[in-house]
Write a protein that binds this ligand. Structure first.
Ligand code: URA
Length: 434
Protein backbone atom coordinates (compact mmCIF):
# COMPACT_ATOMS: atom_id res chain seq x y z
CA UNK A 1 0.00 0.00 0.00
CA UNK A 2 1.27 3.50 -0.67
CA UNK A 3 -0.07 7.04 -0.21
CA UNK A 4 0.24 7.98 -3.87
CA UNK A 5 -2.24 5.24 -4.87
CA UNK A 6 -4.63 6.18 -2.05
CA UNK A 7 -4.60 9.86 -3.08
CA UNK A 8 -5.15 8.93 -6.74
CA UNK A 9 -8.04 6.60 -5.88
CA UNK A 10 -9.88 9.32 -3.94
CA UNK A 11 -9.03 12.00 -6.53
CA UNK A 12 -10.81 9.84 -9.14
CA UNK A 13 -13.89 9.43 -6.96
CA UNK A 14 -13.07 5.94 -5.62
CA UNK A 15 -14.13 4.55 -2.28
CA UNK A 16 -11.36 4.01 0.28
CA UNK A 17 -11.40 0.77 2.26
CA UNK A 18 -10.72 0.36 5.99
CA UNK A 19 -7.05 -0.64 5.48
CA UNK A 20 -6.32 2.40 3.30
CA UNK A 21 -7.94 4.76 5.79
CA UNK A 22 -6.09 3.19 8.73
CA UNK A 23 -2.82 3.36 6.75
CA UNK A 24 -3.30 7.11 6.24
CA UNK A 25 -4.35 7.88 9.82
CA UNK A 26 -1.60 5.89 11.54
CA UNK A 27 1.09 7.03 9.08
CA UNK A 28 0.17 10.71 9.41
CA UNK A 29 -0.03 10.46 13.22
CA UNK A 30 3.42 8.83 13.56
CA UNK A 31 5.01 11.24 11.07
CA UNK A 32 5.83 8.71 8.33
CA UNK A 33 3.37 10.36 5.91
CA UNK A 34 4.38 13.97 5.15
CA UNK A 35 2.09 17.02 5.25
CA UNK A 36 2.08 17.39 1.44
CA UNK A 37 0.61 13.93 0.89
CA UNK A 38 -1.88 14.28 3.75
CA UNK A 39 -2.95 17.69 2.34
CA UNK A 40 -3.50 16.19 -1.10
CA UNK A 41 -5.66 13.41 0.33
CA UNK A 42 -7.68 15.85 2.47
CA UNK A 43 -8.37 18.00 -0.60
CA UNK A 44 -9.39 14.89 -2.58
CA UNK A 45 -11.77 13.92 0.27
CA UNK A 46 -13.08 17.50 0.40
CA UNK A 47 -13.86 17.53 -3.33
CA UNK A 48 -15.00 13.91 -3.86
CA UNK A 49 -16.55 13.41 -0.41
CA UNK A 50 -16.68 10.18 1.63
CA UNK A 51 -19.67 7.90 2.06
CA UNK A 52 -21.03 6.75 5.40
CA UNK A 53 -18.86 3.63 5.59
CA UNK A 54 -15.66 5.56 4.84
CA UNK A 55 -16.61 8.20 7.43
CA UNK A 56 -17.17 5.49 10.07
CA UNK A 57 -13.75 3.94 9.30
CA UNK A 58 -12.08 7.35 9.45
CA UNK A 59 -13.70 8.15 12.81
CA UNK A 60 -12.74 4.80 14.30
CA UNK A 61 -9.12 5.05 13.08
CA UNK A 62 -8.82 8.57 14.56
CA UNK A 63 -10.43 7.50 17.85
CA UNK A 64 -7.95 4.60 18.13
CA UNK A 65 -4.92 6.79 17.34
CA UNK A 66 -4.49 7.52 21.08
CA UNK A 67 -5.91 6.72 24.52
CA UNK A 68 -9.48 5.51 24.80
CA UNK A 69 -10.58 6.46 28.32
CA UNK A 70 -12.12 3.76 30.51
CA UNK A 71 -14.77 5.31 32.76
CA UNK A 72 -16.09 1.96 34.03
CA UNK A 73 -14.85 2.90 37.52
CA UNK A 74 -17.69 5.43 37.64
CA UNK A 75 -21.11 4.06 38.51
CA UNK A 76 -24.14 4.74 36.30
CA UNK A 77 -24.65 5.83 32.70
CA UNK A 78 -22.11 8.58 32.01
CA UNK A 79 -23.39 11.26 29.65
CA UNK A 80 -21.23 13.72 27.72
CA UNK A 81 -22.37 16.93 26.04
CA UNK A 82 -20.61 18.66 23.16
CA UNK A 83 -21.28 21.88 21.30
CA UNK A 84 -19.96 22.33 17.77
CA UNK A 85 -18.91 25.82 18.90
CA UNK A 86 -20.50 29.22 19.06
CA UNK A 87 -20.33 32.69 20.58
CA UNK A 88 -21.41 33.20 24.21
CA UNK A 89 -21.99 29.47 24.56
CA UNK A 90 -21.64 28.84 28.29
CA UNK A 91 -24.29 26.08 28.43
CA UNK A 92 -21.90 23.40 29.79
CA UNK A 93 -21.56 25.43 33.01
CA UNK A 94 -25.35 25.36 33.45
CA UNK A 95 -26.25 22.00 31.91
CA UNK A 96 -23.63 19.90 33.73
CA UNK A 97 -24.80 20.93 37.28
CA UNK A 98 -28.46 20.56 36.21
CA UNK A 99 -27.96 17.00 34.92
CA UNK A 100 -25.65 16.04 37.82
CA UNK A 101 -28.22 17.35 40.35
CA UNK A 102 -30.70 14.91 38.75
CA UNK A 103 -28.35 11.97 39.31
CA UNK A 104 -26.59 11.76 35.92
CA UNK A 105 -22.81 11.29 36.37
CA UNK A 106 -20.93 13.85 34.29
CA UNK A 107 -17.27 13.07 33.58
CA UNK A 108 -16.46 15.63 30.94
CA UNK A 109 -13.37 16.70 29.05
CA UNK A 110 -13.55 20.15 27.52
CA UNK A 111 -11.38 22.30 25.29
CA UNK A 112 -9.94 25.80 25.24
CA UNK A 113 -11.14 28.59 22.99
CA UNK A 114 -9.45 29.36 19.70
CA UNK A 115 -10.31 32.18 17.32
CA UNK A 116 -13.76 33.67 17.71
CA UNK A 117 -15.31 30.85 19.77
CA UNK A 118 -14.70 30.40 23.50
CA UNK A 119 -13.81 27.22 25.40
CA UNK A 120 -15.16 25.86 28.69
CA UNK A 121 -11.69 25.29 30.18
CA UNK A 122 -10.73 28.97 29.82
CA UNK A 123 -14.05 30.04 31.32
CA UNK A 124 -13.61 27.78 34.36
CA UNK A 125 -10.08 29.11 34.89
CA UNK A 126 -11.55 32.54 35.61
CA UNK A 127 -12.76 31.03 38.93
CA UNK A 128 -9.96 31.71 41.47
CA UNK A 129 -8.10 28.47 42.34
CA UNK A 130 -10.06 26.25 39.94
CA UNK A 131 -7.93 23.35 38.60
CA UNK A 132 -8.65 22.01 35.11
CA UNK A 133 -5.74 19.54 35.16
CA UNK A 134 -6.64 16.73 37.53
CA UNK A 135 -5.16 13.21 37.93
CA UNK A 136 -7.35 10.43 36.47
CA UNK A 137 -8.09 8.80 39.86
CA UNK A 138 -9.09 12.13 41.44
CA UNK A 139 -11.30 12.89 38.41
CA UNK A 140 -13.12 9.52 38.79
CA UNK A 141 -13.39 9.91 42.58
CA UNK A 142 -14.99 13.34 42.22
CA UNK A 143 -17.58 12.01 39.74
CA UNK A 144 -18.38 9.14 42.13
CA UNK A 145 -18.78 11.46 45.15
CA UNK A 146 -20.09 14.76 43.73
CA UNK A 147 -21.42 13.44 40.42
CA UNK A 148 -19.59 16.03 38.29
CA UNK A 149 -16.08 16.80 37.11
CA UNK A 150 -14.93 18.79 34.06
CA UNK A 151 -11.27 18.79 33.08
CA UNK A 152 -9.12 19.82 30.12
CA UNK A 153 -8.71 17.24 27.38
CA UNK A 154 -5.36 15.45 27.42
CA UNK A 155 -3.06 15.53 24.39
CA UNK A 156 -3.32 11.72 24.22
CA UNK A 157 -6.97 11.72 23.12
CA UNK A 158 -7.35 11.31 19.34
CA UNK A 159 -3.90 12.73 18.48
CA UNK A 160 -4.65 12.06 14.79
CA UNK A 161 -7.41 14.67 14.98
CA UNK A 162 -5.04 17.21 16.48
CA UNK A 163 -2.66 16.88 13.52
CA UNK A 164 -5.32 16.53 10.83
CA UNK A 165 -7.36 19.46 12.18
CA UNK A 166 -4.30 21.74 12.20
CA UNK A 167 -3.60 20.78 8.58
CA UNK A 168 -7.25 21.27 7.52
CA UNK A 169 -7.16 24.71 9.09
CA UNK A 170 -4.42 25.85 6.69
CA UNK A 171 -5.43 23.94 3.55
CA UNK A 172 -9.05 25.15 3.17
CA UNK A 173 -10.42 21.68 3.97
CA UNK A 174 -12.37 22.34 7.20
CA UNK A 175 -15.88 22.53 5.75
CA UNK A 176 -16.50 18.91 4.79
CA UNK A 177 -19.18 16.89 6.64
CA UNK A 178 -17.14 13.67 6.89
CA UNK A 179 -14.05 15.51 8.10
CA UNK A 180 -15.99 17.54 10.69
CA UNK A 181 -18.00 14.62 12.02
CA UNK A 182 -14.99 12.28 12.26
CA UNK A 183 -13.02 15.05 14.01
CA UNK A 184 -15.69 15.69 16.65
CA UNK A 185 -16.84 12.11 17.14
CA UNK A 186 -13.33 10.58 17.35
CA UNK A 187 -12.69 12.76 20.44
CA UNK A 188 -16.11 12.08 21.96
CA UNK A 189 -15.87 8.32 21.46
CA UNK A 190 -12.37 8.25 22.96
CA UNK A 191 -13.52 10.19 26.05
CA UNK A 192 -15.38 7.18 27.44
CA UNK A 193 -18.96 8.30 28.20
CA UNK A 194 -21.88 5.94 27.51
CA UNK A 195 -24.14 8.55 25.90
CA UNK A 196 -23.48 11.77 23.98
CA UNK A 197 -25.70 14.83 23.52
CA UNK A 198 -24.55 17.07 20.66
CA UNK A 199 -25.52 20.72 20.37
CA UNK A 200 -25.10 21.39 16.64
CA UNK A 201 -25.01 25.14 16.12
CA UNK A 202 -26.46 26.63 12.97
CA UNK A 203 -26.14 30.21 11.73
CA UNK A 204 -23.58 32.88 10.92
CA UNK A 205 -21.60 32.24 14.15
CA UNK A 206 -21.28 28.49 13.50
CA UNK A 207 -19.50 26.09 11.13
CA UNK A 208 -22.83 25.18 9.55
CA UNK A 209 -24.54 28.34 8.35
CA UNK A 210 -27.71 26.73 7.03
CA UNK A 211 -30.26 24.45 8.65
CA UNK A 212 -30.11 21.65 6.04
CA UNK A 213 -26.33 21.25 6.42
CA UNK A 214 -26.59 21.32 10.23
CA UNK A 215 -29.18 18.50 10.03
CA UNK A 216 -26.96 16.38 7.74
CA UNK A 217 -24.03 16.88 10.14
CA UNK A 218 -26.17 16.09 13.20
CA UNK A 219 -27.59 12.93 11.60
CA UNK A 220 -24.14 11.72 10.55
CA UNK A 221 -22.72 12.18 14.06
CA UNK A 222 -25.73 10.44 15.63
CA UNK A 223 -25.21 7.45 13.30
CA UNK A 224 -21.47 7.33 14.10
CA UNK A 225 -22.17 7.40 17.86
CA UNK A 226 -24.90 4.78 17.68
CA UNK A 227 -22.66 2.50 15.57
CA UNK A 228 -20.14 2.66 18.45
CA UNK A 229 -22.94 1.63 20.88
CA UNK A 230 -23.23 5.09 22.45
CA UNK A 231 -26.72 6.51 22.71
CA UNK A 232 -26.26 9.73 20.69
CA UNK A 233 -28.71 12.59 20.28
CA UNK A 234 -28.18 15.82 18.32
CA UNK A 235 -30.01 19.10 18.89
CA UNK A 236 -29.86 21.69 16.10
CA UNK A 237 -29.85 25.16 17.68
CA UNK A 238 -29.65 28.75 16.50
CA UNK A 239 -26.34 30.65 16.36
CA UNK A 240 -27.43 33.70 14.35
CA UNK A 241 -26.81 35.91 17.38
CA UNK A 242 -24.66 35.26 20.47
CA UNK A 243 -26.20 33.01 23.10
CA UNK A 244 -27.22 34.96 26.21
CA UNK A 245 -25.86 38.44 26.82
CA UNK A 246 -22.31 37.81 28.04
CA UNK A 247 -19.35 36.99 25.77
CA UNK A 248 -15.93 36.53 27.42
CA UNK A 249 -14.64 34.23 30.13
CA UNK A 250 -15.53 35.58 33.61
CA UNK A 251 -18.56 37.45 32.18
CA UNK A 252 -19.91 34.13 30.92
CA UNK A 253 -19.29 32.29 34.20
CA UNK A 254 -21.22 35.04 36.02
CA UNK A 255 -24.08 34.67 33.53
CA UNK A 256 -24.08 30.89 34.03
CA UNK A 257 -24.29 31.38 37.83
CA UNK A 258 -27.13 33.89 37.39
CA UNK A 259 -28.93 31.35 35.19
CA UNK A 260 -28.68 28.73 37.94
CA UNK A 261 -30.11 31.36 40.33
CA UNK A 262 -33.11 31.68 37.98
CA UNK A 263 -32.01 35.13 36.76
CA UNK A 264 -30.42 34.19 33.42
CA UNK A 265 -31.37 35.33 29.91
CA UNK A 266 -34.31 33.36 28.51
CA UNK A 267 -32.35 31.78 25.60
CA UNK A 268 -29.62 30.33 27.84
CA UNK A 269 -32.20 29.12 30.36
CA UNK A 270 -34.36 27.44 27.72
CA UNK A 271 -31.48 25.81 25.85
CA UNK A 272 -29.88 24.58 29.09
CA UNK A 273 -33.12 23.01 30.36
CA UNK A 274 -33.68 21.33 26.98
CA UNK A 275 -30.14 19.91 26.77
CA UNK A 276 -30.14 18.86 30.44
CA UNK A 277 -33.55 17.19 29.95
CA UNK A 278 -32.16 15.17 27.04
CA UNK A 279 -29.07 14.24 29.08
CA UNK A 280 -31.26 13.11 32.00
CA UNK A 281 -33.26 10.96 29.55
CA UNK A 282 -30.10 9.59 27.88
CA UNK A 283 -28.68 8.83 31.34
CA UNK A 284 -31.73 6.68 32.17
CA UNK A 285 -33.01 8.96 34.95
CA UNK A 286 -36.16 10.01 33.04
CA UNK A 287 -38.52 8.10 30.78
CA UNK A 288 -38.69 10.84 28.17
CA UNK A 289 -36.89 14.06 27.31
CA UNK A 290 -40.01 15.94 28.43
CA UNK A 291 -39.82 14.35 31.88
CA UNK A 292 -36.08 15.11 31.92
CA UNK A 293 -36.89 18.77 31.17
CA UNK A 294 -39.26 18.94 34.16
CA UNK A 295 -36.63 17.36 36.42
CA UNK A 296 -34.02 19.88 35.23
CA UNK A 297 -36.49 22.72 35.85
CA UNK A 298 -37.06 21.49 39.40
CA UNK A 299 -33.29 21.26 40.00
CA UNK A 300 -32.99 24.88 38.86
CA UNK A 301 -35.93 26.25 40.84
CA UNK A 302 -35.08 24.38 44.04
CA UNK A 303 -31.45 25.60 44.02
CA UNK A 304 -30.13 21.99 43.87
CA UNK A 305 -28.23 22.68 40.64
CA UNK A 306 -26.62 25.81 42.12
CA UNK A 307 -25.52 23.73 45.15
CA UNK A 308 -24.09 21.16 42.73
CA UNK A 309 -22.11 23.91 40.99
CA UNK A 310 -20.77 25.01 44.39
CA UNK A 311 -19.65 21.43 45.27
CA UNK A 312 -18.07 21.05 41.82
CA UNK A 313 -16.10 24.31 42.13
CA UNK A 314 -14.89 23.42 45.62
CA UNK A 315 -14.02 19.85 44.55
CA UNK A 316 -11.66 21.23 41.90
CA UNK A 317 -9.93 23.71 44.20
CA UNK A 318 -11.98 26.77 43.27
CA UNK A 319 -13.42 29.32 45.67
CA UNK A 320 -17.22 28.73 45.94
CA UNK A 321 -17.63 32.21 47.51
CA UNK A 322 -17.63 33.58 43.95
CA UNK A 323 -21.23 32.37 43.67
CA UNK A 324 -22.27 35.26 45.90
CA UNK A 325 -19.38 37.66 45.44
CA UNK A 326 -18.59 38.43 41.81
CA UNK A 327 -15.81 40.87 42.86
CA UNK A 328 -13.63 37.78 43.42
CA UNK A 329 -13.45 37.22 39.62
CA UNK A 330 -10.56 38.82 37.65
CA UNK A 331 -11.48 42.50 37.40
CA UNK A 332 -11.47 44.71 34.28
CA UNK A 333 -9.91 48.16 34.51
CA UNK A 334 -11.41 49.65 31.38
CA UNK A 335 -14.95 49.79 29.96
CA UNK A 336 -16.48 51.42 26.90
CA UNK A 337 -20.12 51.61 25.88
CA UNK A 338 -21.62 51.30 22.41
CA UNK A 339 -24.59 53.61 21.91
CA UNK A 340 -27.37 53.14 19.37
CA UNK A 341 -27.13 55.59 16.46
CA UNK A 342 -30.87 55.55 15.58
CA UNK A 343 -34.20 54.42 17.01
CA UNK A 344 -35.86 51.20 15.83
CA UNK A 345 -35.48 47.47 16.48
CA UNK A 346 -32.35 45.34 16.79
CA UNK A 347 -32.60 43.37 13.54
CA UNK A 348 -29.30 41.44 13.72
CA UNK A 349 -26.29 40.98 16.01
CA UNK A 350 -23.73 39.17 13.85
CA UNK A 351 -22.49 36.39 16.13
CA UNK A 352 -19.14 35.88 14.42
CA UNK A 353 -18.37 39.62 14.47
CA UNK A 354 -19.15 39.79 18.21
CA UNK A 355 -16.99 36.70 18.79
CA UNK A 356 -14.09 38.34 16.95
CA UNK A 357 -14.60 41.65 18.77
CA UNK A 358 -14.56 39.80 22.10
CA UNK A 359 -11.38 37.96 21.07
CA UNK A 360 -9.76 41.31 20.20
CA UNK A 361 -10.78 42.85 23.54
CA UNK A 362 -8.36 40.30 25.05
CA UNK A 363 -10.83 37.48 25.81
CA UNK A 364 -9.60 35.11 23.11
CA UNK A 365 -6.38 33.91 21.56
CA UNK A 366 -5.27 33.94 17.94
CA UNK A 367 -2.64 31.24 18.50
CA UNK A 368 -2.51 28.53 21.14
CA UNK A 369 0.42 30.28 22.84
CA UNK A 370 -1.41 33.60 23.49
CA UNK A 371 -2.40 34.44 27.06
CA UNK A 372 -5.92 35.69 27.57
CA UNK A 373 -7.46 38.43 29.68
CA UNK A 374 -10.08 36.60 31.77
CA UNK A 375 -11.88 39.85 32.64
CA UNK A 376 -12.31 40.95 29.01
CA UNK A 377 -15.35 40.59 26.77
CA UNK A 378 -18.64 42.12 25.71
CA UNK A 379 -21.98 42.43 27.47
CA UNK A 380 -24.99 42.83 25.17
CA UNK A 381 -27.68 44.99 26.78
CA UNK A 382 -29.96 44.45 23.79
CA UNK A 383 -30.77 41.32 21.80
CA UNK A 384 -32.43 40.71 18.43
CA UNK A 385 -36.05 41.92 18.45
CA UNK A 386 -35.57 44.53 21.22
CA UNK A 387 -36.92 48.02 20.65
CA UNK A 388 -34.20 50.69 20.99
CA UNK A 389 -34.03 54.48 21.10
CA UNK A 390 -31.27 56.64 19.69
CA UNK A 391 -28.48 57.02 22.29
CA UNK A 392 -29.42 53.90 24.28
CA UNK A 393 -26.55 51.58 25.22
CA UNK A 394 -26.43 48.46 23.03
CA UNK A 395 -23.34 46.85 24.55
CA UNK A 396 -20.42 47.39 26.92
CA UNK A 397 -16.89 46.22 26.17
CA UNK A 398 -14.63 45.26 29.11
CA UNK A 399 -10.89 44.64 29.39
CA UNK A 400 -7.61 45.79 30.84
CA UNK A 401 -5.95 47.13 27.68
CA UNK A 402 -7.32 50.49 26.48
CA UNK A 403 -6.24 49.97 22.86
CA UNK A 404 -7.71 46.48 22.64
CA UNK A 405 -10.99 47.67 24.13
CA UNK A 406 -11.15 50.56 21.61
CA UNK A 407 -10.53 48.17 18.68
CA UNK A 408 -13.17 45.80 20.01
CA UNK A 409 -15.75 48.62 20.27
CA UNK A 410 -15.12 49.56 16.63
CA UNK A 411 -15.76 45.98 15.52
CA UNK A 412 -18.70 45.25 17.83
CA UNK A 413 -20.52 48.41 16.70
CA UNK A 414 -20.65 47.04 13.15
CA UNK A 415 -22.24 43.79 14.33
CA UNK A 416 -25.52 45.53 15.19
CA UNK A 417 -28.12 46.21 12.48
CA UNK A 418 -31.02 48.44 13.50
CA UNK A 419 -34.21 48.40 11.38
CA UNK A 420 -37.49 50.25 11.39
CA UNK A 421 -39.60 47.12 11.86
CA UNK A 422 -39.25 44.22 14.26
CA UNK A 423 -37.45 41.23 12.66
CA UNK A 424 -38.90 37.73 12.32
CA UNK A 425 -38.13 35.65 15.44
CA UNK A 426 -35.64 32.79 14.88
CA UNK A 427 -36.45 29.52 16.61
CA UNK A 428 -33.77 28.72 19.22
CA UNK A 429 -34.21 24.95 19.20
CA UNK A 430 -34.72 23.94 15.61
CA UNK A 431 -34.71 20.15 15.62
CA UNK A 432 -33.85 17.14 17.79
CA UNK A 433 -32.33 14.12 16.04
CA UNK A 434 -32.59 10.91 18.06
N1 URA B 1 -14.87 21.05 15.87
C1 URA B 1 -13.98 20.02 15.79
O1 URA B 1 -13.52 19.50 16.79
N2 URA B 1 -13.61 19.62 14.55
C2 URA B 1 -14.10 20.15 13.40
O2 URA B 1 -13.74 19.71 12.34
C3 URA B 1 -15.01 21.22 13.52
C4 URA B 1 -15.39 21.63 14.78
Amino acid sequence: MNMNDIIGKKRDGGKLNQEEIEYFVSGYTDGSIPDYQASALLMAIYLQKMDKEETFHLTRAMKCSGDVIDLSGIEGIKVDKHSTGGVGDKTTLVVAPLAAACGVPIAKMSGRGLGFTGGTVDKMESIPGFQTTVEADKFMEQVNTIGLSVIGQTAHIAPADKKIYALRDVTATVGNMSLISSSIMSKKLASGSDAIVLDVKCGDGAFMENFEDACILGKMMVEIGNADHKKTIAVITDMNQPLGKAVGNSLEVIEAIDTLKGKGPSDITELSLTLAGIMIFAGGKAESKEQGYEMAKHALESGEALNKLSEFIEGQGGNPEILNDYSKFPQHTCTKEIACHKSGYVNKIAAKAIGLASQHSGAGRATKEDTIDLSAGIYLHKKVGDKVSKGEVLATVYGTDVEKVAKSVEEAEKAFIISENAPKKEELIKKIII
